[in-house]
Ligand binder design. Structure first.
Ligand SMILES: Cc1cc2nc3c(=O)[nH]c(=O)nc-3n(C[C@H](O)[C@H](O)[C@H](O)COP(=O)(O)OP(=O)(O)OC[C@H]3O[C@@H](n4cnc5c(N)ncnc54)[C@H](O)[C@@H]3O)c2cc1C
Length: 56
């Protein structure tokens, strides 16, 4: 099975808080937790929560 589709794939994708730059957040089918519209929405929710937490 391709790494992008296996049971651990969500943990191999780029994290929602980028280690490359402070306050850079990733949300998409290519970021954690992964592809498919429900997970893309979850990715956006996580990224938004991280951004809000940084603003607090
Ligand atoms: C054939 C097919 C069927 C699918 N069916 C389902 C399904 O039934 N259910 C389900 O849950 N998921 C399905 N998926 C998966 C789902 O479509 C994706 O997981 C989801 O669309 C990913 O969302 P995204 O926002 O990350 O990327 P995308 O939806 O691909 O959005 C990326 C956007 O960025 C734009 N873009 C790219 N590069 C640039 C640039 N340089 N500058 C400006 N804009 C740019 C693109 O034009 C695009 O509009 C399907 C995917 C495919 C390919």
């Amino acid at each position: 099975m391709a790494p992008s589709m296996g049971p651990r794939a969500a943990f191999l994708r780029p994290r929602n808080a980028s280690p490359a730059a402070a306050r850079l957040y990733l949300a998409s089918g290519s970021a954690h937790p992964g592809g498919g519209l429900p997970l893309v929405l979850l990715s956006g929710k996580i990224a938004a929560q991280l951004a809000l937490a940084d603003c607090a």
